[in-house]
Design a protein around this ligand. Structure first.
Ligand SMILES: Nc1ncnc2c1ncn2[C@@H]1O[C@H](COP(=O)(O)OP(=O)(O)OP(=O)(O)O)[C@@H](O)[C@H]1O
Ligand SMILES: [Mg+2]
Length: 255
């Protein structure tokens, strides 16, 4: 299980996480919703040790991530696939080359690497793209390669950072279906960070709203849709005063 235990994180005077607590149940997809700049990516990066909390801890399978040594962190990262906000592929490498990177780190034989690469690409509907370079792919295809790269590691967890942002509606629903299918066929536990409500409702078993550094509410899709909390309502109804309020909160903490 992944658990945030009262996590605090600030960058100088900019207090981003202010006691964030959240448990991510195994086998489910938990969506973290929040305004742009609310700290969603920052929260996600704590799970794989790309950022360390000022206070509190993120635990994965019972161990505090910031207390892991190098080997522990490497082992953790082989259990957690990370689909980055901006696909983050190496432009000088082919699709197959990009997928092979993480697999080599797991010291797999070339044949196994080839098999896993083919399998992951076919799961995301990109069979036959092994020898293409990222520049030859559309934005949506690049995002799918990002997912294939995570799946190929056969991780227990997958973290998706804004998987549908910047995609047209059709490609976005392809991504949503892909995330649902990945949970169903591979049984992975996922955390999806997004401000795309439609995506949240489609892929989420549980939804958590991150607001002013803490989880304002967490519940099933239905519970969130029926919430009486004014902040949750503002967010899901897309009312502009909530965005203005969030901006004001950010301005108050800005240098
Ligand atoms: N490495 C960093 N150094 C300094 N400040 C940072 C760093 N990473 C994030 N921040 C700040 O933390 C805040 C939250 O950023 P974050 O990227 O987590 O937002 P987000 O919720 O993911 O937004 P978006 O939806 O636009 O991706 C922002 O004010 C950002 O400037
Ligand atoms: Mg982000």
């Amino acid at each position: 299980m992944i658990a945030f235990r009262e996590v605090y994180k600030a960058f100088g005077p900019n207090r981003v996480l202010e006691g964030l607590s959240l448990e991510v149940p195994d086998g489910q997809t938990t969506v973290i919703l929040g305004y742009s700049g609310s700290g969603k990516s920052v929260a996600l990066k704590h799970i794989v040790g790309l950022l360390e909390p000022d206070r509190g801890a993120v635990e994965v399978d019972g161990a505090a991530v910031h207390e892991l040594d190098r080997d522990g962190l490497a082992a953790l990262r082989s259990r957690v696939g990370y689909v980055f906000q901006f696909a983050a592929l190496f432009d000088s490498m082919t699709v197959a080359g990009n997928l092979a990177l993480g697999l080599r780190r797991q010291r797999l034989a070339d044949r196994e690497i080839g098999e896993r690469t083919d399998e992951a690409l076919s799961l995301v509907g990109l069979e036959g793209t092994q020898d293409l370079y990222p520049a030859e792919l559309s934005g949506g295809m690049r995002k799918r390669v990002g997912i294939a790269r995570a799946i190929a590691l056969r991780p227990r967890y997958i973290l998706y950072d804004e998987p549908t942002t910047g995609l047209d509606p059709v490609t976005a629903s392809v991504m949503n279906q892909l995330m649902v299918r990945t949970r169903e066929t591979l049984g992975v536990t996922s955390v999806v960070v997004t401000h795309d409500l439609k995506s949240a409702y489609t892929v989420g078993d549980r939804i958590a709203l991150l607001y002013r550094g803490v989880i304002r509410q967490v519940g099933t899709v239905e519970q969130i849709q029926r919430s009486h909390d004014p902040i949750v309502r503002q967010f899901i109804e897309g009312r502009p005063e909530a965005a203005a309020d969030a901006e004001q909160a950010a301005a108050e903490t800005a240098p």
